[in-house]
Design a protein around this ligand. Structure first.
Ligand code: SF4
Length: 78
């Protein structure tokens, strides 16, 4: 089985641009979770280094690839 990298996973978010804390934001891995959306700031992500220590995380989901610039232009009809 090939190893998985957190940085290529859709649940990995990096501070400060993607989240307020760097970590694994999979709902099962949150250290502290809130049900109400307005309390999102209080959520604490899981430690992705520990969870994926061996590179075999079962919750890995690949990030969606961004379409190429040419493909985006073509979809706009340019
Ligand atoms: S620990 Fe697993 S679910 Fe979390 S970011 Fe890494 S690969 Fe994804």
């Amino acid at each position: 089985m090939s190893k998985v990298e957190c940085k290529r996973c859709r649940w990995f978010r990096q501070a400060p641009y993607e989240a307020n804390r760097t970590g694994c934001w999979h709902p099962d891995n949150l250290v502290s979770s809130q049900k109400a959306a307005y309390l999102d700031e209080q959520q604490i992500p899981g430690d992705y280094r520990k969870i994926n220590l061996r590179g075999d995380c079962a919750q890995f989901e690949s990030k969606l690839e961004q379409p190429s610039l040419l493909r985006r232009f073509l979809s706009m009809g340019a």
